[in-house]
Design a protein around this ligand. Structure first.
Ligand SMILES: [Zn+2]
Length: 299
């Protein structure tokens, strides 16, 4: 006795169990397996360095057509495979910029001209909205990956920097980041170069408004930081150097009464009377501060 038609192949169903599924068990498992195969095919292609979009499209279309996967289901599956590949790459330990670039080039297949896309059945349902979703997902993943890579690079840099600081504390010889003769600074013979921060900025405390009397009482002097010059900051075993376009100076560590760590640089106040606060923006406040305070202890 016939118990209805198979949801997938349309042929009659004769078994009760199949009736419960509304399909032949074999048809149903073929369909489910095919869906997984499509996701895998896309995910694998997205993980290879130079995927062939044509091969992928042919493969996906063949799998779908011969296993009852309707063309309207194909795009969501491609999206799934795409996301799976990105997810995998993002969570992998050694996710590099190169991988991001790879994904971006792979993502170009989504922007094939409409005419070309319509040649293939599986692209016909590729709506504008889906495309936007895919772009959004990719962009979000790319940003996440970038953030992870940046944090990783930052941790690596900190590790190297920490080692340099430890070496200074232990009185070991430090290999500076540039050769002595590659710097615009004239060092003394008795000192050795530890680190150079090129493209730094020198700021100095200036009077914004002088102390004055007003009808409400005395208004104290107001100070502000003013950018004076741009140039190179050099740290040696004895001095902090600054060499800019207009200004150049050398400060002995023991002439500084206080160092301040800023996010992007170092603040210092010399011991001289009426000394104004100075700031050297090196781009890395933590490292500059650690170097200077540890060198000052040894000097
Ligand atoms: Zn069937």
């Amino acid at each position: 006795m016939k118990l209805g038609d198979c949801h997938y192949c349309g042929e009659p169903i004769y078994f009760v169990l199949d009736r419960l599924l509304g399909a032949h068990e074999d048809c149903r498992s073929r369909y489910i397996r095919a869906r997984g195969q499509i996701v895998d095919a896309v995910s694998t292609a997205a993980s290879t360095s130079d995927p062939s979009i044509k091969l992928l499209k042919d493969k996906v279309t063949t799998i779908a057509d011969s296993n009852y996967v309707h063309k309207s289901e194909v795009i969501p599956l491609i999206l799934e495979g795409w996301e799976a590949a990105i997810e995998k790459a993002v969570t992998e330990k050694d996710f590099a910029d190169q991988t991001v670039a790879k994904f971006l080039s792979f993502s170009e297949f989504r922007f094939l001209p409409k005419k070309k896309m319509s040649n293939s059945a599986c692209w016909s349902n590729y709506s504008e909205k889906r495309r936007e979703q895919l772009v959004e997902v990719t962009e979000r993943k790319r940003l996440q990956a970038q953030e992870i890579a940046q944090r990783k690079a930052q941790r690596k840099r900190r590790k190297v920097q920490q080692r340099i600081i430890d070496d200074i504390r232990n009185g070991l010889r430090i290999e500076p980041n540039v050769a002595m003769d590659n710097t615009p600074i004239n060092f003394q013979k008795s000192e050795s170069l530890i680190w150079i921060f090129p493209e730094s900025e020198y700021l100095k405390e200036v009077v914004v408004q002088r102390r004055r009397h007003s009808k409400w009482g005395v208004i104290p002097t107001i100070f502000g930081m003013e950018s004076i010059d741009r140039g190179t900051v050099g740290l040696t075993t004895k001095h902090i150097y600054f060499v800019g376009g207009k200004e150049r100076f050398r400060i002995r560590y023991d002439r500084v009464v206080s160092f301040v760590e800023y996010n992007d640089g170092l603040g210092l106040t010399r011991g001289a009377e009426k000394a104004r606060h100075q700031m050297l923006v090196t781009g890395d406040g933590w490292f500059t501060y650690q170097l200077v305070t540890n060198l000052a202890k040894l000097a």
